[in-house]
Design a protein around this ligand. Structure first.
Ligand code: UN1
Length: 495
């Protein structure tokens, strides 16, 4: 864990890790790794003002040239994947393969955004008036505020940053207080790219380190035209109305309570692997983590014991070590929340395996399987920990109904080899989530699709497909190239 070497290779001055007020611990053993300076209100104001100035210049740089900056960022990330991935592991505790995967996700979205920078397509529209052209064009929006969570400390920023920059916006990033170090490092890489780019405006991208008030300042500032926030539903419930109150735009990525259905025809070996990765991987700390499992009663007694055995053998430990599959929870509060949920499940009549603390430094737990007679109570809440609630079902309609019967609507999956069941799950009467998968778990999405979910998940879409449209303003344009002035709808107004 030589952080000093890693961060200096990533371009962060060692002094930036000392003498600040924000104490950063590694979940690996709970030890302190940095003290980072926080921005005060005046500092945040300056950065927002600079961001606004930068936007006014950046919006008229041709989009493919803006894409060049994103390409350069992708190159920095490629060159520093190993270091940044390791730092992600050190700061948030996910296993190294996932730390590296997170950086790969950043590289992927950069590639996507470079292509996008030549494809910000609008429309031509047939006008009802003679001698008129109608178009729909997409224009840069303004400074974009990005609030990110600890569990994907850099990839989620990159989804927003790569698209926002290609779309002609400036960006201001408020990372989680738990993961400011990876943010400093990522920002340093972006600044290297900006330097290579040559003539990007100062203040095009800024980083603000702080707590709740810093976030509120960003959220409440009218100059910040889009606030893209990832985190809990509780956070989104505050951010949404505040931004709406000033008629700003929000993009919310909030909680998930993702389910999986194991149908009678499922390839159970494949399902077992899919369930283990999506429920226990990242120690249950993905918004896409599998949290509820509905197993058909005809295969329950065969499948669940195998799942228990697989769970018991999952290697829990130091996320930097090869072979570890389950790293630590982020902190003690996460452990306490996990045990609160397990206690509630017990009261509901659950049979629980796992959940116990492993070791005594850091907050490592054995992932827990919780068999429940009914879909009820604690099952309907998101607990950001490796708890998988397992329930029986008898027919697919019942399983789909239970899967949809929670407040969140992020991701979902079915394991089946029956095409009728698969298509039913993907139909209008199937999963109500933003993401629906067949024969893979609900987590680990690629960047090419739009990422996000319905209901209390917040409704936002980030990353691929046409998610870029959230970062631009739509303009309907009508041009009269005749010498007459015909009015729409046949209205006459002769003066
Ligand atoms: C998150 O947990 O906030 O689909 C994002 C996934 C990842 C992103 C997760 N690509 O699990």
């Amino acid at each position: 864990m030589n952080i000093t070497d890693i961060i200096s290779r990533l371009g962060v001055d060692e002094a930036a890790l000392k003498n600040g007020e924000l104490i950063v611990d590694t979940p690996i053993d709970g030890s302190e790794i940095a003290r980072i300076a926080m921005d005060d209100a005046a500092g945040v104001e300056t950065k927002i003002a600079q961001s606004q100035d930068a936007f006014l210049q950046w919006r008229s740089v041709p989009a493919p040239r803006r894409g060049e900056l994103v390409r350069l960022l992708g190159e920095e990330l490629r060159a520093h994947k190993e270091d940044l991935g390791r730092l992600v592991t050190i700061e948030c505790g996910k296993i190294l393969s996932e730390g590296l995967g997170e950086v790969q996700e950043m590289i992927d979205i950069c590639d996507f955004a470079v292509g996008l920078s030549r494809q910000l397509y609008g429309l031509t529209i047939a006008s009802e008036r003679p001698g008129h052209h109608m178009r729909e064009a997409w224009q840069p929006l303004g400074p974009v505020g990005i609030i990110s969570a600890f569990n994907f400390p850099v990839a989620v920023w990159s989804w927003n940053a790569a698209l926002a920059l290609a779309c002609g916006n400036s960006i201001i990033w408020k990372p989680s207080e738990k993961t400011p170090l990876t943010a400093l490092a990522t920002h340093a890489l972006l600044h290297r790219a900006i330097k290579k780019f040559g003539d990007a405006p100062a203040g095009l991208s800024s980083l603000i380190i702080g707590g709740r008030e810093t976030g509120e300042q960003l959220v409440d500032d009218r100059r910040v035209r889009l606030v893209s926030a990832t985190g809990s539903t509780r956070m989104g419930r505050e951010v949404g109305p505040r931004v709406a109150n000033r008629f700003g735009r929000v993009l919310l990525e909030l909680g998930g309570n993702n389910a999986g259905i194991i149908a009678p025809s499922a390839d159970t070996e494949l399902a077992l692997r899919g369930v283990c990765f999506s429920a226990a991987g990242t120690a249950g700390q993905r918004c896409t983590t599998l949290r509820r499992l509905f197993v058909h009663s005809s295969i329950y007694d065969e499948f669940v014991p195998r799942l228990k055995a697989a769970y018991a053998s999952l290697p829990v430990g130091d996320p930097l070590e090869t072979g570890t599959l389950v790293g630590p929870l982020v902190d003690k509060a996460a452990f306490d929340r996990m045990h609160y949920a397990l206690d509630r499940a017990k009261v509901q009549g659950a049979t629980i395996t796992g959940g116990e603390r492993v070791g005594d430094s850091g907050w490592y737990v054995r992932p827990s399987l919780v068999e429940l007679p009914k879909h009820d109570g604690i099952v309907c809440e998101e607990t950001f920990a490796p708890i998988l609630y397992v329930m029986k079902y008898n027919d697919l309609d019942e399983a789909i109904e239970m899967q949809n019967n929670v407040d969140q609507g992020l991701s979902s999956c079915i394991f089946t080899r029956d095409v009728l069941e698969a298509e039913r799950f993907l139909s209008a009467t199937g999963s109500d989530c933003g993401i629906a998968n067949v024969n893979i778990g609900p987590s680990g999405a690629e960047i090419g699709g739009a990422f996000g979910g319905e209901k209390e998940t917040g409704g936002g879409r980030e990353s691929g497909s046409d998610a870029w449209k959230a970062y631009m303003r739509r303009q309907t344009q009508t041009v009269n190239y005749s010498t007459e002035l015909p009015l729409a709808q046949g209205v006459k107004f002769n003066i």
